[in-house]
Design a protein around this ligand. Structure first.
Ligand code: KIV
Length: 293
């Protein structure tokens, strides 16, 4: 980097990685489909602020999810149920600012919080518009069944949607805790049906959280145009996602079994995230035996 392109030092860290834009192309939906078609794993990580988003992007993460998990890791709540749309808008904007200032290329997903898409399709559209105008490229919502109509409504209006099945934290009280889903024949059949309904409705990505590896492997094969992104769902999914604070070892409680602390062997946050990207791409993470549910 020449003196001309070196960003000036600032007392609070700098996001201006270089004056020249990155040579990497912005991640887009066609690019994600291309990766999937080529059999290359898609990497996703949560981020809630400008600096971590810029670092994750620089480390090569393709999709950054401003997850409502921020309720737990940033706000100190005991579940994601209390997270509001305004909070999600604020953090989505912070992340979008970070990516813009650092010439980031990541695909930015904003999580629709509990209660922001449940009343009607119109309410879902209004909420999705708030996150898209804050800088998201796609919104994520949880659950199957009635959500397929919501997904269709948003997709028809030009809003890409990531669906989320399995353990859906916004319904933790109805599920009776943070438990593996789809273990029974009936549960697995419902999950399969709902996944296909969401694909048919136009969902472009599907997060599968805490479901048996064999079930998510089967779904990954049969969902021909909706790549699956797993978290605690085995190694056969089209991609993986983790909560940033968990994979950096910043979890003072009992770490979920499916998480690996990438900070342990890394000298920096960026190094830890690069190790995560490399491990997912090489199918070294996750290790199926660790979470044979
Ligand atoms: O909110 C979140 O961070 C999520 C991921 C765990 C997938 O939904």
């Amino acid at each position: 980097m020449s003196a001309e392109t070196t960003p000036p030092a600032t007392p609070y860290g700098t996001l201006a990685r270089a004056a020249v834009p990155s040579a990497r192309k912005p991640v887009s939906l066609p690019r994600l489909r291309e990766l999937h078609a080529a059999g290359e794993k898609i990497t996703m990580l949560t981020a809630y602020d400008a600096t971590f988003a810029a670092v994750a992007d620089a480390a090569g993460v393709e999709c950054i999810l401003v997850g409502d998990s921020l309720g737990m890791v940033c706000q100190g709540l005991t579940s994601t149920v209390g997270v509001t749309l305004e909070t999600m808008r604020h953090h989505t904007e912070c992340v979008a600012n970070g990516l813009r200032r650092s010439h980031g290329v990541a695909w930015l997903i904003g999580d629709l919080p509990f209660g922001s898409y449940h009343e009607s399709k119109e309410q879902a559209l209004r909420s999705a518009v708030v996150l898209m105008q804050a800088g998201a490229h796609m919104v994520k919502l949880e659950g199957g069944g009635w959500t397929a109509d919501v997904v269709r409504f948003l997709v028809e209006r030009g809003i890409p949607v990531c669906a989320h099945l399995g353990l859906t934290p916004q319904t933790v009280h109805a599920l009776g805790g943070y438990r593996v889903q789809g273990k029974t024949d009936e549960g697995a059949a419902r999950l399969k049906r709902e996944a296909h309904e969401l694909q048919d409705a136009g969902a472009a990505l599907l997060v599968l959280e805490m479901v048996p590896a064999a079930l998510s492997a089967g779904l990954t094969q049969t969902l021909t145009h909706c790549p699956t992104i797993g978290i605690g769902a085995g190694s056969a999914t089209a991609g993986q996602v983790l909560v940033l604070h968990d994979m950096l070892g910043m979890n003072l409680g009992k770490m979920p079994r499916f998480v690996h602390n990438f900070m342990q062997d890394a000298g920096s946050v960026r190094g830890a995230i690069e190790a995560y990207v490399q491990a997912v791409k090489a199918v070294r993470f996750p290790v199926d035996a660790v979470h044979a549910w």
